[in-house]
Design a protein around this ligand. Structure first.
Ligand code: SF4
Length: 343
């Protein structure tokens, strides 16, 4: 049994993950056929399995999409060339990219068009990094750690620095500072590419860490922002463990310890609640660090489809209480957790 348990907020689903899960749920409700999804919709094993069970097929290349297949592009962002290849095969294509990833794609395009070379800080082969680097493959250079900066010589170039949205601040900051030293005229976006959800969750665990012996982070091994939370806590010299379900609790020695629990941006909260129940803490306290109010609307293509279907139904059944625009606007009141439960 653990001693005190601090349940940290904000934790779990961010606005981008909320939107992507709801968008894929809508697709399943509207189209009575297999929905193909490029990359895992979000990086969480439980969610991916849930959708797989409901006839979503996750694919890694346009070659895997059958002709006229119905396709969703994941929250991590897709390289423009891949998106174009998909368009040649798909009958319906909805892009559930997070707007904050799109922002990085726009920055990459803008810097490239003005003749700059781009150092992109990210994780090799991560879906988001692959998508971003695909915006300008000839002028973008991936850097994972500080030493990698020495491997690229851009001294005679105008240079810009961009980043994957889900990095640990401790991964990003040293690279950013070294890059500034190497390139005094370094161009950077006005606001850091690390997204609000990544930084809020990291700030929260930094602030709770002085109160506890251990911080448990709920999330999958594929989730970059989840692993960034573990890194952030370990950098403070604290114990931290990433777990995906209650099954992994048994291997941890938490008896008599003060523990905090948080979750990466793609981890469903019911798993957090199951873990809390199994921990059987002496005392539970909420540790609230910041309030998040961000909301990202459904992808435009999907909103148009929903509105058209609602309008058609209204034409067929004029007495029906369907209000096309309102049904899309009401999406704000529907949570991804509810969407998942409706499957
Ligand atoms: S972690 Fe950030 S960038 Fe990624 S989906 Fe969530 S809000 Fe968007």
């Amino acid at each position: 049994m653990v001693n005190n348990l601090y349940v940290v907020t904000p934790r779990g689903f961010c606005a981008g993950v909320e939107m992507a899960i709801k968008a894929l749920t809508w697709m399943l409700k509207i189209y009575d056929e297999t929905i193909y999804c490029y990359h895992e919709i979000v990086h969480n094993d439980w969610i991916v399995e849930k959708f797989r069970d409901k006839n979503v097929k996750f694919i890694e290349s346009p070659d895997e999409l059958p002709l006229d297949g119905v396709l969703m592009l994941s929250a991590h962002g897709t390289a423009p060339k891949i998106e174009e290849s998909f368009k040649k095969v798909s009958s319906i294509q909805v892009n559930a990219v997070c707007p904050l990833v799109t922002k990085v794609h726009h920055e990459a395009k803008r810097f490239t068009e003005s003749g700059k070379k781009i150092i992109y800080v990210g994780h090799k082969n991560h879906d988001e990094a692959l998508g971003a680097l695909g915006v300008a493959p000839d002028s973008m250079f991936l850097v994972e750690k500080e030493e990698d900066l020495k491997e690229i010589d851009l001294q005679n170039e105008e240079v810009a620095l961009l980043a994957q949205t889900t990095l640990a601040m401790s991964e990003w900051k040293p690279i950013m500072e070294s890059a500034k030293d190497m390139y005094p005229n370094l161009n950077m976006p006005r606001k850091s590419d690390l997204c609000y959800a990544t930084t809020n969750r990291q700030e929260a665990v930094i602030n709770v860490s002085s109160l506890v012996d251990v911080v448990i982070v709920v999330g999958s091994d594929t989730s970059s922002n989840t692993k960034a939370l573990v890194t952030t806590i370990k950098n403070l010299g604290k114990e931290s463990y990433r777990i995906d379900s209650t099954k992994e609790l048994d291997k941890l020695n938490l008896s008599g310890k003060d523990v905090a629990i948080t979750a990466g941006a793609s981890a469903p909260d019911h798993i957090v609640q199951e873990i809390i129940s199994k921990l059987k803490p002496e005392k539970t306290e909420l540790f609230s660090n910041t309030k998040e109010t961000e909301y990202f609307p459904l992808p435009k293509e999907l909103r148009l489809n929903i509105t058209s279907i609602s309008s058609f139904l209204l034409e067929l059944f004029p007495d029906n209480n369907i209000q096309p625009t309102k049904s899309v606007n009401k999406d704000k009141l529907w949570t991804a957790t509810e969407a998942l439960s409706s499957l």
